[in-house]
Design a protein around this ligand. Structure first.
Ligand code: ATP
Length: 324
């Protein structure tokens, strides 16, 4: 008898960032974060229990080393939850480039959490699914939900969960300016840990991001697009400033990243209101209104960089097929 399920999850881009943990063992973040789930990038993962050993195939290639251990450690959590000792065959496809700062680990671990638990017939509430996904990759907690989601930092395992927040008519969209879709040289995990341990600016980042988070909740509730955009851009720049203060300094920026940031400023001056955010990679994500999506995309395309993708808010994780 097979115990198999497939789940689809979309990646998310944080408007108020997660950068640094207060407890690495159970993945508690230093600060709360808020994100927009995107319809443009997704992971589809199938998990089948009943194997003699765990195996993971991502986009046609067998994972090994740390990438594989990260998945098998996660499967250990599911085994414990379901009180089972068998192993799993995991087959996953990312539509998003892997490890390029486009949040593949967010959609990847949200899809894995949903597929592995559905296949094992473990029935979790969305909140508990977000707590589980968090232990695979922090940002995966937010990809359990569609649209705008918050991840409460919490003080222990049970209080560090994500939940959706209602968009009261902000009409958000995002343009992803792909500067380089190659694999990053330092993983998000390693970079945030280095920043937290060595950057004298890190405590200031934590303090200001806490204020940004409450200000952002207020701006979202008022559907104040301008304030949401301003907070999005300044929060990202401060996160990158904290990385530059690390020893050795961490910088994901490339010359084309700076060209896109300048374009965003120029667009604002000429009346197309949009704001930039960046993660652990050189790509720039531009928050705008739906009505400006084509204008922003065309302006980015004119820079002749590696690529440009447009996205609307995406849905939460869904189990598309389960059989036992
Ligand atoms: P972020 O933008 O959140 O930093 P990222 O994908 O750019 O995400 P990392 O956080 O460093 O970068 O995570 C990338 C790692 O996530 C990959 O090297 C791989 O180990 C893991 N990963 C990505 N997609 C999947 C997947 N579909 N299934 C399992 N693991 C995945």
């Amino acid at each position: 008898m097979t115990a198999r399920a497939t789940a689809v999850a979309h990646s998310n881009i944080a408007l108020i960032k997660y950068w640094g943990k207060r407890d690495t063992a159970i993945a508690l973040p230093a600060t709360s974060s808020l994100s927009l789930t995107l319809d443009a990038y997704l992971t589809r993962t199938t998990v089948e229990w009943g194997a003699e050993s765990d195996s993971v195939v991502l986009d046609g290639s067998r994972l090994n080393g740390e990438a594989e251990s990260r998945v098998t450690r996660f499967l250990d959590l599911v085994r414990r939850l379901g009180d089972r000792s068998d192993h799993a065959t995991v087959v996953s496809h990312n539509s998003v480039p892997t490890a390029a700062g486009l949040a593949s680990s967010a959609s990847g671990f949200a899809a894995l959490a949903a597929a592995a638990t559905a296949a094992a017939r473990i029935d979790l509430t969305p909140r508990d699914l977000s707590i589980l996904a968090r232990k695979g990759s922090g940002s995966a907690a937010r990809s359990v939900f569609g649209g705008l989601a918050v991840w409460h930092a919490g003080t222990d395992d049970a209080s560090s969960f994500a939940e959706p927040i209602v968009d009261p008519g902000l009409d958000l969209a995002m343009v992803v300016a792909v500067v380089d879709a190659g694999t990053k040289t330092i993983s998000s995990r390693a970079a945030m840990q280095l920043t937290a341990e060595t950057s004298p600016y890190y405590p200031a980042w934590v303090e200001s991001s806490r204020t940004d988070f409450t200000d952002m909740l207020d701006a979202v509730a008022r559907a104040d697009f301008t304030r949401v955009g301003e907070l999005t851009e300044s929060n990202a720049m401060r996160m990158h400033a904290s990385m530059l203060g690390a020893t050795p300094p961490v910088s994901y920026w490339q010359p084309d990243s700076v060209r896109v940031l300048q374009l965003v400023r120029d667009l604002r001056v000429s009346g197309t209101e949009c704001y930039a955010t960046m993660d652990a990679g050189p790509n720039v994500k531009i928050l705008c209104r739906r009505t400006h999506l084509d204008t922003v995309r065309d302006a980015v395309a004119a820079l002749d960089i590696a690529g440009v993708t447009t996205s609307l808010p995406g849905p939460g994780v869904a189990v598309s097929q389960a059989e036992t």
